[in-house]
Design a protein around this ligand. Structure first.
Ligand code: PNS
Length: 175
C-alpha cells in the first residue's frame, strides 16, 4: 500500500457516547496511522441519547491537545466521506466473534462500493471486550458504576443527561 495514502484513517461510528474501548482503539490506531478522523454518523432515523453536537463536543474534549486526532461528522455513505476526507483506511474495532458478522458484511460492502478503501480491524484491550455504548447507557441509567468504562467527561455528561430538569439533588440521588 502507498505509504502516503495510508496516513489518514477514518474511525467511524455512532459514539453515543464514546467509551474507553473506542479510546483504546484510537490510541492503538495512532501507532499505525499518522492521523485519525473520528467520524460521527449523523443518522436522523436513530434517537441517540446525545445529539450530534454534544457528541462532537464530548469527543473533542476527550482528545483535546491531540493534534493527530480530528473529529468530524458525516451523513450518507461512509466510503464517500472517506474519499472526501482523503482517507484510504477505515478502522473498526472488533471486540468479540459476535461483532464479526456485522463488521464483515460492512467491510465487504464498503469494498464493493469503493475498492480503494481498505477496512482495518483492531482489537481493544481485553478489559474492554464487553464494553459498548449501549450497555454503558443502560448500566448508568439503572444506577451502576461506569467510571472505569468511559472517560470522565462522558460520566459527567451522563449524570447531566439523567438529572431531572431543575433538580438541585445530586444526579444519582435524583434518578
Ligand atoms: O458505531 P456504529 O453504530 O456501529 O457505527 C456504524 C457505522 C456508522 C460505521 C455504519 O452505520 C456506517 O458506516 N453508516 C454509514 C452508511 C453507510 O455507508 N452504509 C453502508 C455501509 S455497509
Amino acid at each position: 500500500m502507498n505509504k502516503r495514502r495510508a496516513s489518514v484513517a477514518i474511525f467511524p461510528g455512532s459514539f453515543d457516547p464514546i467509551t474507553n474501548g473506542h479510546l483504546d482503539i484510537v490510541i492503538r490506531g495512532l501507532s499505525v496511522f499518522q492521523e485519525i478522523v473520528i467520524a460521527i454518523l449523523v443518522n436522523p432515523e436513530k434517537r441517540p441519547l446525545f445529539t450530534v453536537e454534544e457528541r462532537v463536543e464530548i469527543v473533542s474534549r476527550v482528545f483535546r491537545g491531540q493534534r493527530k486526532v480530528r473529529v468530524d461528522t458525516f451523513s450518507g455513505l461512509l466510503v464517500h466521506y472517506a474519499r472526501r476526507a482523503g482517507a484510504s483506511v477505515i478502522i473498526r474495532g472488533l471486540r468479540a466473534i459476535s461483532d464479526f458478522e456485522y463488521e464483515f458484511q460492512m467491510a465487504l460492502m464498503n469494498r464493493r462500493l469503493d475498492p480503494r478503501i481498505e477496512t482495518v480491524f483492531m482489537m481493544p484491550a481485553e478489559s474492554y471486550s464487553y464494553v459498548s455504548s449501549r450497555l454503558v447507557k443502560e448500566v448508568f441509567e439503572l444506577g451502576g458504576r461506569v467510571s472505569d468504562l468511559v472517560p470522565p467527561v462522558v460520566e459527567k455528561r451522563l449524570r447531566d443527561k439523567y438529572r431531572p430538569r431543575g433538580s438541585r439533588l445530586p444526579a444519582r440521588a435524583a434518578r
